[in-house]
Design a protein around this ligand. Structure first.
Ligand code: HEC
Length: 129
């Protein structure tokens, strides 16, 4: 009986710990995207969500996790609910990226260049361009 309850305790502790999981906030500096470099949702942002080996849509596919980041759905799934156009820092989408406090382990992180592109796209108005 005693053994069972200590196993149970370990399980509870594990569940409590893993429910508090947040991946590390990016400690590296997010680079600035130069003014003259255009950032387009369809050409620069959507492709970040569906990279081989770093595919958000294995989970964010309308079934497993929200928001739905599949091509054709992603823009309307994140703007305006999770994105404040013109203010990345105030946008839940930006605050919760893999590599920047994503709420569960995604199995991979975005790198600082990818995070910088998403930040620039939001800061410049989050257009559907
Ligand atoms: C292993 C599955 C998995 C992968 C891969 C994954 N996510 Fe998530 N993500 C989740 C889960 C689960 C949540 C919690 C929200 C939910 O359950 O709907 C979440 C939450 C989020 C949130 C917060 C949403 C909110 O409303 O607070 C954002 C933003 C996000 N993910 C972005 C991404 C991006 C971008 C990628 C790819 C670079 C990605 N995620 C990859 C599972 C995943």
């Amino acid at each position: 009986m005693k053994k069972i309850s200590s196993k149970f305790l370990v399980l509870i502790l594990f569940l409590a710990y893993s429910s508090c999981y947040y991946d590390e906030a990016v400690e590296e500096i997010i680079p600035e995207i130069p003014e003259e470099q255009e950032v387009s949702f369809s050409e620069d942002i959507q492709p970040i969500f569906i990279q081989e080996g770093k595919d958000c849509t294995t989970c964010h596919n309308g079934t497993v996790a929200n928001p739905d980041l599949r091509e054709g759905n992603a823009y309307n799934a994140i703007v305006p609910d999770l994105v404040v156009p013109g203010n990345a820092e105030a946008s839940v989408f930006y605050q919760r990226l893999p590599g920047n406090n994503h709420p569960v382990e995604a199995g991979f992180l975005l790198n600082t260049d990818e995070i910088a592109l998403i930040k620039a796209w939001i800061d410049r108005g989050a257009e559907n361009n």
